[in-house]
Design a binder for this molecule. Structure first.
Ligand SMILES: [Zn+2]
Length: 269
């Protein structure tokens, strides 16, 4: 979402201040109960985060709403990012194989990881710079018209983006197009456990109405249980991943403070 108006302080200073704040929080919450795999630090707790909007509760939306242990005090990874880390580590060759990866609307912790892996050829893009969140060296691009050749990437990571886009089919098609056969994409969206079918109504335009109906002021739809089918219609094969279904015990996973109900949707070309 584009934030109108001029920033009160320059980007570099905002970034520096945020870094200092993160260092302070990391010291304050130092402990051993919770662990963040991105920054490698342990804490007594993660920070709470997310906003409770009635529709998110009513429709049982996974990936939204208030969570007690959501945010890593050091690198600001959220529960979803930590779920993604486990998937990348256990189910992909991201840490060893030479892969070309496109990261859309890049989460800071995932971006930092990918940029330090010498085997990864990393590209990132975002539609708008958002406050102090995105580095200014990230390219601006439109996910419904990606500026890349067909079949040129081994992986795409694009989380919580599609629910902002009117023509989500076009975005999914574009992601499919630039992936090589056999490549994969992590495409998380907020998803309702109660809605069978995705709800989209382009006549709902005001931020207030969108928040009330879709759960956030700039969302244009609420995905339902048909989400994998929407991906499959563009050619993908979808697999769901949860570490809780695997060889991990809930106790072992407790330190990552994951949402046990959150499944990772991975789309394969
Ligand atoms: Zn962290």
């Amino acid at each position: 979402m584009k934030i109108p108006g001029k920033r009160l302080i320059p980007f570099w200073l905002g970034k520096k201040l945020r870094g200092g704040w993160q260092k302070y929080l990391s010291f304050k919450y130092k402990g051993s109960d919770y662990y963040c795999p991105y920054c490698g630090n342990s804490f007594v707790k993660f920070l709470p985060g997310g906003i409770d909007v009635p529709v998110l509760k009513e429709k049982e939306v996974i990936g939204g709403g208030f969570r007690e242990n959501m945010l890593c005090p050091r690198c600001f990874s959220v529960d979803r990012d930590r779920l993604i880390y486990l998937f990348l580590k256990e189910k992909t060759n991201l840490f060893s194989a030479p892969l070309k990866v496109l990261h859309i609307a890049p989460e800071g912790c995932i971006r930092a990881l990918l940029m330090t892996l010498p085997n990864i050829e990393y590209r990132s893009g975002v539609k708008y710079y958002e406050g102090y969140y995105y580095d200014r060296n990230i390219n601006l691009m439109d996910v419904t018209a990606l500026p890349f050749e067909s079949e040129s990437f081994d992986a795409v990571i694009c989380n919580h983006v599609l629910e902002h886009i009117d023509d989500d089919r076009k975005a999914i098609h574009e992601i499919y197009r630039i992936l090589r056969p056999g490549a994969w994409a992590i495409l998380q969206v907020p998803i309702s456990l109660k809605l069978e079918e995705t709800f989209y109504d382009p006549s709902i335009k005001s931020p207030e109405e969108r928040e009330k109906v879709f759960g956030q002021f700039d969302h244009v739809r609420l995905y339902g249980q048909d989400y994998p089918t929407i991906l499959e219609r563009q050619g993908f094969t979808v697999r769901r991943y949860s570490p809780f279904d695997e060889h991990h015990s809930p106790d072992e996973l407790k330190k990552y403070a994951l949402n046990q109900q959150e499944l990772l949707y991975v789309a394969y070309k």
